[in-house]
Design a protein around this ligand. Structure first.
Ligand SMILES: NC(=O)c1ccc[n+]([C@@H]2O[C@H](COP(=O)([O-])OP(=O)(O)OC[C@H]3O[C@@H](n4cnc5c(N)ncnc54)[C@H](O)[C@@H]3O)[C@@H](O)[C@H]2O)c1
Length: 267
């Protein structure tokens, strides 16, 4: 029997990138996966891909900014499948970089609406079902930006730090009900969200990463599958960094590399 056989998973923002990779991973390991996204065409295609690979998946349109839409989608899933074991709060946008004093109200509000409010609405609706079944695995997609912040992305970093507060407080509250709540902090992962950035800076970023590459959505999906599994029941309120070691590298390392290279050249 596969690891997630008999379980139902909901992944938000699963039409592309990291969310799609997580949905495929859970689907190929036996879960019935509900792909949700604002992008209906790509969402339908992602569900179709999972079915073609022998998994079970359906698509539902969901804008996580609407608490009403979230509640009706989660009620629909529970009515169809009977249970909801796994929620992955993944939907997100990169936003536009701006110095603080030039950041608009709309940019700021949209970022918090999608990442923070959207994850809260989904977690709240899922938890009420999970408490009744006394089992659940909730994963919030934070970011390495909640470790190191990110210049000109105050809105994005703030949203991703806020998700850690949601993760830790709900982990305390839901633990006795068999529900774990954890976060993932991906570093630089190749997706639509980072496409423009990687077009200009992939080599530079890969060189600054101990593993020598930027990450793939599958790298994040592997960590998500671990946190989603029944085996991880004693892990709650934590976050896992999936960054190839990128966070460890700083200017001092580069100074050392140059010094060692200079010494080697004179020998
Ligand atoms: N790519 C990275 O390097 C990276 C690093 C750290 C964290 N993340 C986070 O991972 C998550 C997924 O990002 P990705 O890189 O796969 O990007 P992506 O653009 O490929 O996927 C994001 C998905 O979210 C959907 N979405 C956007 N707004 C939505 C809304 N209001 N309701 C529902 N769905 C919505 C989009 O349609 C898209 O399918 C995001 O939360 C992002 O912040 C990404």
């Amino acid at each position: 029997m596969k690891k997630f056989t008999g379980q139902t998973a909901l992944v938000t923002g699963a039409a592309s990138g990291i969310g799609k990779a997580i949905a495929k991973k859970l689907g190929c390991e036996g879960a019935f996966v509900w792909i949700t996204d604002i992008n209906e065409k790509a969402g339908q295609a992602a569900a179709q891909e999972i079915r073609q690979e022998g998994g079970k998946a359906e698509f539902l349109p969901l804008d996580v900014r609407s608490a009403e839409n979230v509640t009706s989608v989660i009620d629909h899933i529970v009515a169809q499948n009977g249970t909801l074991e796994i929620l992955v709060n993944n939907a997100g946008i990169p936003g536009n970089p701006a110095p603080i004093e030039q950041m608009s109200d709309v940019e700021w509000q949209t970022m918090l609406d999608i990442h923070v409010n959207g994850s809260f609405y989904c977690l709240r609706a899922a938890a009420s079902h999970m408490k009744k079944q006394r089992y659940g695995r909730i994963i919030n997609m934070s970011s390495l930006a909640s470790e190191t912040a990110l210049q000109y992305f105050a809105h994005y970093a703030t949203a991703k730090y806020a998700l850690l507060g949601l993760t830790e407080s709900s982990a305390k509250e839901l633990g006795l009900f068999g529900i774990t709540v954890n976060a993932l902090k991906p570093g630089i992962i190749r997706s639509a969200l980072t496409g423009d950035l990687l077009d200009v800076a992939e080599e530079r970023l890969a060189t600054s990463t101990p593993t020598g590459t930027v990450g793939s959505p599958d790298d994040v999906a592997a960590a998500a599958a671990f946190l989603a599994s029944p085996d991880s029941g004693f892990l709650t309120g934590i976050s896992i960094i999936v960054d190839g070691g990128f966070r460890l590298v700083n200017e001092m390392d580069k100074v050392m590399i140059d010094m060692v290279a200079a010494t080697a050249a004179t020998e």
